[in-house]
Every structure is written in structure tokens, then in C-alpha cells.
Design a protein around this ligand. Structure first.
Ligand code: NAD
Length: 353
């Protein structure tokens, strides 16, 4: 088993191994000793892993209730959040009890936000079941729900008490969703480490899951330790996201987050190469690695449409946008770019007018 300790405003372990979901009850009992627990999961994930987790909690003498909701980003909203809170009230969850977020980033973000705000905050445990949630969203304490006006518009910083990454759950993950996690993994390699990028070129991610997940979590830990509340360095984790979010938004979210990030990284790296800021070979290697996971690398949307989506993103408020630009594989820098020049970066990144 791999283990990464996070020392943010709250310290906690991220454990990575096959079979951990079935150990949720024993581990929660030992660490947190709650009387009661609310499992939050989407319908798909609950059907696959819910009963296993519920049984393990009940075997540890923890009174367990379940809240399920329809899978998908469209459930990450105030209505689902409110329904979960009301369920917690009805089940008499108290301040010493816990929430277990079982599922992907949608569940972790929404249930984490409910835990962060219920009775001014109770403890929660993440049991991520997507690769994206294991390497990214379950760690670092960002919780949120979407508003009709935009993604993650209402949320809180709140660290979990424990993260259990059961790699066995990834065997049922659809290939497209697995690939989205791969996009985030490739992002870590691009911003942080050429040797890690090389290891991804040499060995498929599925063949080195525990190693890759723990490497990414350790990288995220370092960013979170330096900048828990996202006012500085954590922006590097946004590589590929400025244009990626815009592509997701243009598609009405039919293009998945990881797919948008893959296109966003490719566009940004092409733009950097066109401006002489990074070698052309970085573009070739990045695109080749993304394609290995069937990830898209070209925007299906024209510049005008993409530009208006990019400039209405919540991270693009003010006169400038801080772009994360690759200098080479494994190293990026932050470039504050006036909003009226973002279209030129898109052009240089190969997005047609
Ligand atoms: N908090 C953060 O720091 C952070 C970081 C990145 C992304 N996010 C958020 O994460 C969300 C995306 O997360 P996601 O990609 O995990 O989406 P998701 O939670 O919607 O899961 C994707 C799909 O996979 C299914 N699924 C999950 N686990 C499965 C399994 N083991 N087997 C079969 N099916 C399974 C789900 O039912 C869902 O249909 C977005 O809302 C994004 O904003 C948050």
C-alpha cells in the first residue's frame, strides 16, 4: 500500500491500494470513531460499491445512512446539496459524525461542501472511485457546487480527514473516464517532472497505477502545502484548464473535463512553441502521449466562441488572465496576459478564427 501524508490546515493520509473500500469502516472507526455516518454516492457508483462500503461501516458499529443522486455534473448543484443536508438532518447526523463521499469528483465536491457547511462543518472521508478523483479532486480541500452561471461558483476550502483510493474500483470505470484521469496525470508531469513524463511514455498508466497515483498526490500535496487557499503557486495546477474549461463550457459539458484539459494543454503548448518559448519537441511528445489515451488535442470550436467562454470563466476576472505556459516538458511558468491578447494565444495555439 502507498501512503501520502498531507499537512495542510488539517493533516490527513491519502492511502492507495486495491481493496481499501471494504476497509472503510475499520479505518474510519479507528481514526474518527463517529457514532453515525452518511454515505453520499451517485446512483451508478452506489450500485457498484455502495453496499460494500455500507456493510463495512455497519460492521464497525457505525450507524450508517445513504444518500444517492443521479450521476453526472448536472447533479453538482444547490438542489442536490440541499437534499443531502436535509437528509443529514432527518438522519440526526451530529457534529461528531461524518460524511463518506464515495465516487468521482462530482460526489467529492458536492458532499465535501455539504460536510464543510453542515452545522458549521463536520468531518468527511473521501473514497474516490475515478482516476481523476484519486489524483486530483479528492485531495487538497476544494469543495463546491455549480450555479447556472458557472462551475464551482459556491464552495469552501475544507480538507477531508482521510482519503481511501481503492484502485480495484478503477476496473469498472468506463475507458473515457479513465482517460480523463490520464489527462490530469499528464498535466502533473508537464508542470513538474520530466522523469515522470518519461515513465508515462515508457509504461502504460494502467500498469503502474499505485505508483502513478501516489506520485501525483505527492505533487499535489506540495502545491497545497505551499498555497492551500489558491492565491499563488497552486495556479500551476491550472495548466491546460483556462482553455479546457472554455471548451467544456462551449460543448455544454458533453466534452468531459479531462478531454477539455487535454485540448487545453495541447493548445497552450503549441502556442508556447509558436512564440519560441518552448521547443517544438515538447508539443510532439505531449500530443503523442495524449493520443495514446485517445484524448483529443484539437479544439472543435472556433476562436470567437472559445474566447468569449474563456473570458467569462471565474478565474479570468479582472484585466488579465494568468496563463500557465510550458517552457519544456516538466517546467512551466506563469504569464499574466491582458484579456485582449488571449485571442492571439489561441491563434498561436492553432485555434482557427
Ligand atoms: N475539488 C477539486 O480540486 C477538483 C479537481 C478536479 C476536478 N474537480 C471536479 O470533479 C468533477 C469531475 O470528476 P469525475 O471526472 O470523477 O466525475 P464524476 O464524479 O461525474 O464521475 C464520472 C462518471 O463515472 C462514474 N463512475 C465513478 N466511479 C466509477 C467506477 N469506479 N466505475 C464505474 N463508473 C464510475 C460516475 O457515476 C460518473 O458517471 C467535476 O465536477 C470537477 O469540477 C474538482
Amino acid at each position: 500500500m502507498k501512503s501520502v501524508r498531507i499537512d495542510a490546515s488539517k493533516s490527513y493520509d491519502v492511502l492507495i491500494a486495491p481493496g481499501l473500500a471494504a476497509e472503510t469502516g475499520a479505518r474510519v472507526k479507528e481514526l474518527l470513531n463517529p457514532d453515525a455516518c452518511m454515505i453520499a454516492a451517485d446512483d451508478r457508483v452506489y450500485e457498484l460499491y455502495g453496499e460494500e462500503v455500507r456493510r463495512s461501516l455497519e460492521s464497525a458499529s457505525i450507524r450508517t445512512s445513504v444518500f444517492t443522486f443521479l450521476h453526472g455534473e448536472s447533479s453538482k448543484n444547490l438542489a442536490t446539496y440541499q437534499a443531502l443536508l436535509e437528509r443529514m438532518c432527518a438522519e440526526r447526523i451530529t457534529r461528531t459524525d461524518i460524511v463518506v463521499a464515495l465516487g468521482g469528483g462530482v460526489t467529492g465536491d458536492m458532499a465535501g461542501f455539504a460536510a464543510a457547511t453542515y452545522q458549521r462543518g463536520i468531518r468527511f472521508v473521501q473514497v474516490p472511485t475515478t482516476l481523476l478523483a484519486m489524483v486530483d479532486s479528492s485531495v487538497g480541500g476544494k469543495t463546491a457546487v455549480d450555479l447556472p452561471q458557472g462551475k464551482n461558483m459556491v464552495g469552501a476550502f475544507c480538507q477531508p480527514s482521510l482519503v481511501l483510493c481503492d484502485t480495484k474500483t478503477l476496473t469498472t470505470l468506463p475507458a473515457e473516464e479513465f482517460a480523463c484521469g490520464c489527462a490530469e496525470i499528464i498535466k502533473y508531469a508537464m508542470i513538474e517532472s520530466e522523469p515522470f513524463f518519461e515513465s508515462l511514455e515508457e509504461t502504460p498508466i494502467a500498469d503502474q497505477l499505485e505508483e502513478v497515483i501516489s506520485t501525483c498526490v505527492a505533487m499535489k500535496r506540495d502545491y497545497v502545502n505551499r498555497d492551500e487557499f489558491d492565491t499563488g503557486d497552486r495556479i500551476f495546477l491550472n495548466f491546460g484548464h483556462t482553455f479546457g474549461h472554455a471548451i467544456e463550457a462551449c460543448s455544454g459539458f458533453s466534452i468531459l473535463h479531462g478531454q477539455g484539459v487535454a485540448i487545453g494543454m495541447a493548445v497552450m503548448t503549441r502556442a508556447a512553441a509558436a512564440r519560441g518559448l518552448c521547443p517544438e519537441s515538447a508539443v510532439e511528445r505531449l500530443v503523442a502521449l495524449l493520443k495514446r489515451y485517445d484524448l483529443p488535442t484539437v479544439s472543435p470550436y472556433r476562436r470567437e466562441l472559445l474566447l468569449s467562454a474563456a473570458l467569462s470563466d471565474k478565474k479570468a476576472q479582472g484585466g488579465t488572465v494568468r496563463l500557465v505556459v510550458p517552457e519544456r516538458i516538466g517546467k512551466c511558468f506563469v504569464e499574466p496576459v491582458p484579456k485582449n491578447q488571449i485571442g492571439e494565444w489561441m491563434r498561436d495555439g492553432g485555434i482557427v478564427p
